[in-house]
Design a protein around this ligand. Structure first.
Ligand code: RTP
Length: 155
C-alpha cells in the first residue's frame, strides 16, 4: 500500500485510452497543474483486465461493464495522483459530467468529448476512493513526496 506521508486529500485521475490516443495528455495534465494541485504520481500504463475490473468493481452488474473493461484496457492510460485541499470534488468539477454532452463548456469532457463511453478521463468520487484507487494503481515507491512552491498559497 502506498500511503501519503501527509494528511492532504488525494485524487486518482486517469487519462483513459481515448485521451492518450487523441493526443490530449498534455492538455488534460495542464488543467490540473494550472488549477494549482500538486502532482505526486504519474505513469503511462497498459492495464490488465483484472485491475480494470477491480477499479470498476462497483459497476460490475451494469450492462455496460464488459464494454467499459474492454475500453479501459484497449491501450495505455495515464495514471496520476493529484494532491491538495478539496482536490476530489474540484477535480470532478474540472472533469465535468459523465455524459460529455451534458458536461459544461470549460470542463475537460465539455470541451474535449462527445460520448459517455469515450469520456477521456476518470476522477475519484470521494477522498476514500482517492486513497483506495491510488493504492490500487501505484506501487510502493512510485509516488514522490515533494513540496510545490504553490502549496502555501492554497492553504
Ligand atoms: P469515472 O469513474 O470514469 O470518473 O466516471 P463517472 O464517475 O463520471 O461515471 P461512473 O458512473 O462511475 O461510470 C464509470 C465510467 O463508465 C462508463 N459508462 N458508460 N451508459 C454507459 O454506457 C456508461 N455509463 C458509464 C464511462 O466511461 C464512465 O466514466
Amino acid at each position: 500500500i502506498v500511503a501519503s506521508s501527509s494528511e492532504v486529500e488525494q485524487s486518482y485521475i486517469m487519462i483513459k485510452p481515448d485521451g492518450v490516443q487523441r493526443g490530449l495528455v498534455g492538455e488534460i495534465i495542464s488543467r490540473f497543474e494550472k488549477k494549482g494541485f500538486v502532482l505526486k504520481g504519474l505513469k503511462l500504463f497498459h492495464c490488465p483486465k483484472d485491475l480494470a475490473q477491480e477499479h470498476y468493481k462497483d459497476l460490475k452488474e451494469k450492462p455496460f461493464f464488459p464494454k467499459l473493461i474492454d475500453y479501459i484496457t484497449s491501450g495505455p492510460v495515464v495514471c496520476m495522483a493529484w494532491e491538495g485541499d478539496g482536490v476530489v470534488a474540484s477535480a470532478r468539477k474540472l472533469i465535468g459530467a459523465t455524459n460529455p454532452l451534458q458536461a459544461e463548456p470549460g470542463t475537460i469532457r465539455g470541451d474535449l468529448a462527445v460520448q459517455t463511453g469515450r469520456n477521456v478521463v476518470h476522477g475519484s468520487d470521494s477522498p476514500e476512493n482517492g486513497s483506495r484507487e491510488i493504492a490500487l494503481w501505484f506501487k510502493e515507491g512510485e509516488l514522490c513526496q515533494w513540496e510545490s512552491v504553490q502549496t502555501p498559497w492554497l492553504i
